[in-house]
Design a binder for this molecule. Sequence first.
Ligand SMILES: Nc1ncnc2c1ncn2[C@@H]1O[C@H](COP(=O)(O)OP(=O)(O)OP(=O)(O)O)[C@@H](O)[C@H]1O
Ligand SMILES: [Mg+2]
Length: 361
Amino acid sequence: MALLEIQNVTRRFGDFTAVDNVSIGIEAGEFFTLLGPSGCGKTTLLRMIAGFDLPDGGRILLKGEDLVDRPPERRPMRMVFQSYALFPHMTVEGNVAFPLQMAKTPASEISAKVEAALEDVRLTGFDKRYPHELSGGQRQRVAIGRALVTHPSVLLLDEPLAALDAKLREEMQIELINLQKEVGITFVYVTHDQTEALALSHRIAVMNKGRIEQLDVPSKIYGFPKTRFVADFIGHINLLSGSVSERQGGVITLAVEGLGPVRVTSASPISVGGAGTIALRPEKIRIQSSAPTDSPDNHYRGTVGDLLYMGDVTVYKVSIPGGTRIEALLANSQSGRAKFFEIGDAVEVSWPVDAGHLIEE
Ligand SMILES: Nc1ncnc2c1ncn2[C@@H]1O[C@H](COP(=O)(O)OP(=O)(O)OP(=O)(O)O)[C@@H](O)[C@H]1O
Ligand SMILES: [Mg+2]
């Protein structure tokens, strides 16, 4: 049995179902992420794990024990909020010591524990400062230190980096990965940022409208999305829908309106006539002025409709005469090379049959 078992948990507000029959097993030492758009039920689920709210149906177990009768302070869990929630009139030391005082830890042990927690979050020497004397990143580290100081079994983090700017957020992501490895505590992390989820997590549950659409390791979530929603939510993707016109060996041909036949390798048992969508990442697509016509790859002629220069890469939106637009991404790795094509250029887009991934509908 997993450390934390969420079994068929449902939460309704009036006749609206915020969390809909969710089941997850989270292992000890895991960095587990709940990822989904605003309003999909992430915070509601986290609050039930913490004990701030109770499910209308289902059970939450820790080490096999049902937590229903345990109030938040009697659960070996701590929550870290987006807003830090530090006490402004207390020093860093006072903030971090607070949960220990609440737990009636002997005074003689408190300072060593506080010092160790501050070392974990790389804030040694900051103990006498007040929250207003710290940067946003440092405040969030105090909040995490305060959560870790009682050595909980599970740390619940609700969008802890959302208030930070992009560069600081990336630094903090690396710190969180290292911290989690060091302390070995199970992290349940909530975010609506897919790159953050992919970077941090051992496993991700992608949520949509209160339900889990896919639960998997990051590379599977990114490379093999199970549903259209997951494919679309996790980064940029081309979604080519149609019906199966042929199956041969492990290769399926999909008749895509506005594009033509597209071939894709797939182990799916989908039969001829069935509806499917090919999910294809822009970085898997080649874009050239002309491609060899005898190649077994999928290839289509079109014109560059739009382009977006992003420094390291350029995104090209290629219009195919039938009406489809294909998004391709090219690395600008050659020095001094800003872009390879201009708007209006005739180009050929192509991709191997194993570059895409078939989603059955
Ligand atoms: N106490 C409540 N009463 C009524 N509706 C609620 C309550 N709490 C949450 N909801 C609703 O439940 C849904 C899920 O809310 P939740 O806060 O869990 O979303 P979220 O995934 O955390 O979103 P965000 O990314 O914006 O924080 C929302 O539609 C919200 O309005
Ligand atoms: Mg939320």
